[in-house]
Design a protein around this ligand. Structure first.
Ligand code: GLU
Length: 487
């Protein structure tokens, strides 16, 4: 029987949900789901110093909002719990002690102060720690332990030889064992280090595919030596390429705040849809067969394959994300779009009793980011100051004189229009242009300027007249006439 794929997303609750972490979660989800496997959430909170209040909540929220539903986790349980490392504290020490008994790890009693001084010395031979406690005799160790001397447990790295492993993305990687530090497995506070806990947990939780950022590539030989020491099967490794950002001078650097928002929640509050973010980040490091770019999560699940993950860094392009977002917004059903846009429309119209749905309809095909909305329609609530020169438009063949004529005529005629809705206004104004022997644009341009005060508006004159209603429209046209009549 084919083994069931089990992947885990193992975030440390140390801050917001970085877009790189979300991509890791997404790929883990896709790798599991594309083969009917399980996607597990494990909270790695052993680094109590870096723990941030609220960070766990942000993780749940981001997973929920982006549709990455986990099969096991702290909130829903599962057969391999607990799924929070701080609640698994007692799992780790026995494993570490077993390694000590077998001579594969050792107690280290070096004080913080001593380790500090080592930092200033050249101890690069052992990658940092000078291995002072590696060969203490048993009597000394027992004495120190029974005196209650604080200790850590360190892994005994082989002095010779090399360790080779295969990564599904980066291929075969070999490191010389002598470059590996005798890393700490259990800290003085009794907590395991990430380096130790991730191996124990991945083994106990029967994780088949370890997917994580490529910054962990260099540590992987250490993990493999642990797997080897325990005689456990090494998981498949999938290390993901870096995500870069474009600097102002065109060069690239690891994606950070100076390139733009890097938090999932920040992107949401900037008006991006979760579906668009997910679709875009799926393509940051993975490419489908063919040129298609738009994929729902379900479609990604069908298409995704580890073989098509690239090892070269990908550059986060905010313009491209905006393009995706525009596509998603345009393809939404109008009711759904209205729901998404409502908050932003309300903000712009500031309590004015205008038809939200009508406003949403004119915005629907024109918005690429929801946060653009308030600025696009602020003229609906408050008529902005404008310069009468904007009545002049070459393409519409308008100048100050014919604009004044058009506004006067339109106002007079529109006053008698009984039913004020899009179709009636449309028919009425088109007939009026015909009667006056004018191009439609020559009549519509000054009307749109007069009711919006803007050269560019979402929707044309007719839509805006319909949204504003008869009374307000005529009042604005009258103000436009006054403006054109004044010197
Ligand atoms: N807790 C680690 C992190 O947040 C996870 C690394 C891993 O997936 O093994 O970076």
């Amino acid at each position: 029987m084919k083994e069931k794929i089990r992947t885990r997303y193992a975030p440390s609750p140390t801050g917001m949900m970085h877009i790189g972490n979300l991509r890791t979660a997404l790929y883990e989800y896709l790798i599991a789901k594309s083969s009917g496997g399980d996607f597990i959430l494990r909270i790695e909170d052993t680094d109590q110093v870096r723990y941030k209040q609220g960070a766990e909540e942000a993780i749940y929220k981001a997973l929920r909002c982006s549709g990455l539903k986990h099969d096991e986790g702290p909130d829903i349980g599962g057969s391999f719990g607990p799924y929070v490392q701080s609640q698994r504290k007692e799992h780790y020490l026995p494993y570490a002690k077993k390694l000590v008994e077998e001579g594969k790890a050792y107690y280290c009693f070096c004080t913080k102060e001593r380790l500090e001084t080592l930092k200033n010395e050249d101890s690069s031979e052992f990658g940092g720690y000078d291995r002072k406690c590696r060969d203490l005799d048993e009597k000394t160790i027992n004495n120190l332990l029974s005196n209650g001397t604080a200790y850590v447990i360190r892994q005994k790295m082989p002095i010779e030889g090399s360790t080779t492993f295969r990564d599904e993305v980066f291929g075969e990687i070999t490191v010389e064992n002598k470059e590996l530090q005798d890393q700490i497995l259990i800290k003085a506070d009794g907590f395991p280090t990430y380096n130790f806990a991730n191996v124990i947990d991945d083994h106990e939780m029967q994780i088949t595919d370890v997917v994580r950022g490529c910054e962990y590539l260099s540590s992987t030989p250490k993990y493999n030596l642990l797997y080897e020491a325990f005689g456990w099967q090494v998981p498949r490794y999938v290390h993901l390429p870096l995500i870069m950002g474009k600097n102002e001078d065109g060069s690239i650097a690891k994606l950070s705040k100076r390139h733009g928002s890097v938090g999932f929640e920040d992107l949401l509050s900037e008006g991006y849809l979760p579906e668009a973010i997910i679709n875009y980040i799926a393509l940051l490091g993975w490419c489908p067969e063919g040129n298609r770019e738009i994929f729902s999560l379900e479609e990604l699940t069908k298409e995704f394959s580890v073989q098509r993950i690239s090892k070269s860094p990908s550059v986060f392009d905010y313009d491209k994300l905006e393009w995706f977002n525009g596509e998603y917004l345009r393809n939404e059903e109008i009711d759904k779009f209205t729901q998404h846009a409502e908050k932003y429309i309300q903000k712009a119209i500031n309590g004015a009793s205008l038809d939200i749905k009508k406003i949403a309809s004119v915005l629907h095909q024109r918005v690429t980011k929801l946060t653009q909305i308030p600025e696009m329609i602020d003229f609906l609530a408050n008529m902005p100051e404008y310069d009468k020169e904007i009545f002049i438009n070459k393409k519409s063949k308008t100048n100050l004189e014919n604009s004044l004529f058009c506004l006067k005529t339109a106002k007079e005629k529109l006053e008698s229009l009984q039913s004020w809705d899009f179709n009636s206004i449309h028919e009425f104004l088109l007939n009026l242009a015909l009667d006056l022997g004018l191009k439609n644009g020559t009549l519509m341009w000054p009307i749109r300027i007069a009711v919006s005060g803007r050269k560019m508006t979402p929707g044309g004159a007719i839509e805006i007249l319909d949204i504003l209603g008869k009374e307000e429209s005529l009042r604005r046209i009258e103000a436009g006439i006054k403006k054109l009549e004044s010197e």
